[in-house]
Design a protein around this ligand. Structure first.
Ligand code: COA
Length: 401
C-alpha cells in the first residue's frame, strides 16, 4: 500500500512587506536581503491571525465533504502554539467541521513538527488504510524589530491530507534521521520572540543535512542522480542552497545543474512569504510542484526537514500519475496576487500590536481581514474564532457596516 500526500494547500496572511524597503529603512544594502539571504517579500500577520487561524485557512479550501467525514486524525505541527495545554488541532477540527470521531493533537519540535506529524500519519494509515489524516504546519516567525533575524520572519501555514493511494506524492523508502541537544534556536515560554545563534544554526543545519544524507545513501543505495529535485526546510531561501552545495560535488555536472535549477523553483513561494517554520519545507515542495509545469510524473523528490534544537530528517516521495490535476495552483496564485503591500511603518505598528497577556478580554475588528477564518477576540481567557463562511449568524460583518 502506498501512503503519501493526497492534497496540499497553503495560506499566508494578506499583508506583505517588500524586503528592499525594509533594507533601506535598516541602512542595509537591499542585495543583502534579496540575494545574500534570498527574501523578496515577508508575509505580515494582522492581529486577527494566529497559528490556529492560519492553519484552518490553509485547510479550508482543500477539504471536501468526504474529507470532513473520513479524516479521523488532525495533527497540528507548530512552535507558535496558543496554549500550553489545549492543542491548536482541537480548534481547527471544530472550525473545519471535521468528524467528531477523530483524534486531535499538537506536535512540537521547532520546524520539524509537521514532518513528525507526517511520520505519525503514515503509521496510523498503515494500520487503518481507510483513514485520512489532516497534517498542519502553521507558524508566525518573530525575531523582533531591528534584529539579525528580522529579515527572516514570515507567517503562514500548509495543510496536507495524508492517505493511502495518494494522488500527489507517495512516500518511498526509509527515512534517515538524527537528534542532538543543541541551542541554535529556541523560544523560552516567557518570550514571544525567538532566541537564535544565527551562524551556529546555519552550521548545524548544514551538518545535520550532510549527516542524514550520508545515512540515507547507506540505507537506500540511492545517489543525488536518482532525484529530480531536493526540497529543503527554508528559514530563508539561501539556507537550502548552502546545504545542497555541501554535497553537490558528488554528482555529474548535468545532475548538479538540474538540482540547482529545481532548487531555485522550489524557493519561489518561500522567497515571497518568508519563514513559516514548520510549514516551510512543504511550502517549498508546493512551490516546486506548482511553479514547475514540466516536472515529470514518477519523479523522485527528496525532502530535508530540520527543526532547531535539533532534529533532522531526509526522506523521499514519488510524484503520482496526473498529480498536477490534484493541486490547487490557481487558488494559491490568486492568494499571492490579492495580497496588499504595507509600509515599514505599518509593519512595525502591526508587529508591536500584541494580544493582552494579563487575562483581559478584547474584541478585535475582523472587517479588514479578508481571511475566512479569523480570531475575533479573547473572552474569559478563551480565544474566540470565527469561520465567516459558516458562522453566518455570529458573523455580523456586512449587516453592521
Ligand atoms: N549583496 C549580496 N550579498 C550580501 C550583501 C550584499 N550587499 N551583503 C551581505 N551579503 C551576504 C553575505 O555574504 C552572506 O552570505 P553567505 O551566508 O552566503 O556568506 C549573507 O548575505 C548574510 O550576511 P551575514 O552578514 O551573514 O548576515 P547576518 O549576520 O545579518 O545574519 C542570518 C544572517 C541568516 C544568520 C540571520 O538573519 C539569522 O540569524 N536568521 C535566523 C537564522 C535562522 O533562521 N535559523 C534557523 C535555521 S533553521
Amino acid at each position: 500500500m502506498e501512503i503519501g500526500i493526497d492534497k496540499i494547500g497553503f495560506y499566508a496572511p494578506h499583508l506583505f512587506l517588500d524586503m528592499n524597503k525594509l533594507a533601506v529603512e535598516r541602512n542595509v544594502e537591499p542585495a543583502k536581503f534579496t540575494i545574500g539571504i534570498g527574501q523578496e517579500k515577508m508575509a505580515v500577520p494582522p492581529i486577527t491571525q494566529d497559528s490556529v487561524t492560519l492553519a484552518a485557512n490553509a485547510a479550508l479550501n482543500i477539504l471536501d465533504e468526504e474529507d470532513q467525514e473520513k479524516i479521523d486524525v488532525v495533527l497540528f505541527g507548530t512552535e507558535t502554539g496558543i496554549d500550553h495545554s489545549k492543542s491548536g488541532a482541537v480548534y481547527v477540527h471544530r472550525l473545519l467541521g471535521i468528524n467528531p470521531n477523530a483524534r486531535a493533537v499538537e506536535v512540537k519540535q521547532a520546524c520539524y513538527g509537521a514532518t513528525a506529524a507526517i511520520q505519525m500519519a503514515k503509521g496510523h494509515i498503515a494500520l487503518n488504510p481507510e483513514s485520512r489524516v489532516l497534517v498542519l504546519g502553521s507558524d508566525i516567525a518573530r525575531y523582533g524589530l531591528n534584529t539579525g533575524g528580522e529579515a527572516t520572519q514570515g507567517a503562514g501555514a500548509v495543510a496536507m491530507i495524508i492517505s493511502a493511494e495518494p494522488r500527489v506524492m507517495a512516500f518511498e523508502g526509509p527515512s534517515a534521521y538524527l537528534t542532538d541537544d543543541i541551542m541554535d534556536f529556541w523560544r523560552p515560554v516567557y518570550s514571544d520572540k525567538a532566541m537564535v545563534d544565527g551562524k551556529f544554526s546555519n552550521e548545524q543545519y548544514i551538518s545535520f543535512f550532510s549527516k542524514v544524507w550520508e545515512q540515507y545513501k547507506k540505507k537506500t543505495d540511492l545517489t543525488l542522480a536518482d532525484f529530480e529535485a531536493i526540497c529543503f526546510h527554508l528559514p530563508y531561501t539561501k539556507m537550502g542552497k548552502k546545504a545542497l552545495r555541501a554535497v553537490i560535488d558528488e554528482t555529474s555536472e548535468a545532475v548538479q545543474e538540474r538540482l540547482m535549477e529545481n532548487y531555485q523553483v522550489s524557493t519561489q513561494y518561500n522567497r515571497n512569504v518568508g519563514n513559516i517554520y514548520t510549514g516551510s519545507l512543504y511550502l517549498s515542495l508546493l512551490s516546486l510542484l506548482e511553479e514547475k509545469a514540466e516536472l515529470a510524473e514518477g519523479s523522485l523528490v527528496g525532502l530535508f526537514s530540520y527543526g532547531s534544537g535539533a532534529v533532522g530528517e531526509f526522506f523521499a516521495g514519488r510524484l503520482q500519475p496526473n498529480y498536477r490535476k490534484h493541486l490547487f495552483t490557481e487558488q494559491h496564485q490568486e492568494l499571492f496576487v490579492s495580497r496588499k503591500e504595507i509600509s515599514v511603518e505599518e509593519y512595525e505598528e502591526i508587529f508591536e500590536e500584541t494580544l493582552p497577556s494579563d487575562g483581559r478580554s478584547i474584541e478585535l475588528d475582523i472587517h479588514e481581514d479578508p481571511a475566512a477564518i479569523c480570531l475575533s477576540g479573547i473572552k474569559e481567557h478563551s480565544r474566540q474564532y470565527i469561520n465567516k463562511q459558516r458562522d453566518v449568524s455570529t458573523w455580523k460583518g456586512e449587516e453592521s457596516r
